[in-house]
Design a protein around this ligand. Structure first.
Ligand code: ATP
Ligand code: MG
Length: 235
């Protein structure tokens, strides 16, 4: 009698433990597959949708309205080819080459890199950003700044490996010359010459540029370019 009730208690606590382990595993899988849970706000959705018909896009909005998140998740989708059911934007059925950039090495690491990969200083959590952990094939560290990544290699669902490299406007225009790209994401406002170099990198592929920022510099060269063309999206 005593033995069988002890046995029942042990088996109950085993299945409770199993249940907790299963929940923890599901939670970890969700944490490493955020692309599936991304639900854009209306302005973010409009920004993504505009990519189907426009090569150049500007998402100009106030602080903390989801500009970096929108840029990051869209890059993650192109890198992996994993587009959600609601997606109406630009689509790639093959591996892509992208650049993501901000003003300095630090701001690139702390914004685009953090959104795409996870917290820069916590290696265990790389793979918990917008790019699903299971799609990341390699992350190459940069040489000049702690925890800054130079590039990420990503498995594309259509076969082949995508590459996203991180850049900074402060590197100067010469460092922006050379490569042919499918897209460039500028998180924060680039100087006009850097923007034009980035755009030029995408000409051969008919690729895209995305600019996401809060206007701090007034109507600068890049803002004027978009406002004159009537292509900007502001919130
Ligand atoms: N679609 C979304 N669903 C849920 N949360 C979101 C969404 N978009 C953004 N957020 C949350 O809003 C906050 C701000 O997002 P984000 O960093 O992209 O804003 P930002 O406009 O780039 O801000 P900043 O002006 O500081 O650069 C973050 O906590 C982010 O997780
Ligand atoms: Mg931001």
């Amino acid at each position: 009698m005593k033995n069988s009730s002890t046995g029942r208690r042990a088996s109950r606590s085993n299945s409770a433990l199993q249940f907790v382990r299963t929940l923890a595993a599901l939670d970890e899988r969700r944490r490493r597959n955020k692309i599936v849970g991304y639900e854009p706000y209306p302005k973010q959705k409009e920004f993504h949708a505009a990519g189907a018909g426009h090569r150049e896009r500007l998402f100009m909005a106030g602080n903390q309205l989801g500009k970096t998140v929108a840029g990051g998740f869209e890059c993650a989708m192109h890198l992996t080819g994993r587009y959600p059911g609601w997606w109406t934007g630009r689509r790639y059925d093959r591996a892509v080459r992208l650049w993501a950039a901000s003003v300095t090495g630090e701001s690139t690491r702390d914004n685009p890199q953090r959104i795409l990969l996870g917290p820069p200083a916590i290696r265990d959590q790389w793979g918990t950003g917008a790019i699903p952990g299971d799609a990341i094939v390699n992350t190459a560290l940069g040489r000049n700044l702690a925890d800054a990544v130079d590039n990420i290699v990503v498995q594309h669902a259509g076969g082949g490996l995508s590459v996203l490299a991180f850049k900074a406007y402060g590197m100067g225009r010469e460092k922006w010359q050379g490569e042919t790209l499918d897209g460039v994401w500028f998180d924060e406002e680039p100087p006009l010459d850097i923007y034009m170099e980035g755009l030029t990198r995408t000409n051969a592929t008919g690729g895209f540029t995305m600019v996401t920022f809060t206007p701090l510099l007034g109507v600068s060269g890049v803002v004027r370019l978009f406002l004159d063309a009537g292509h900007g999206l502001s919130a």
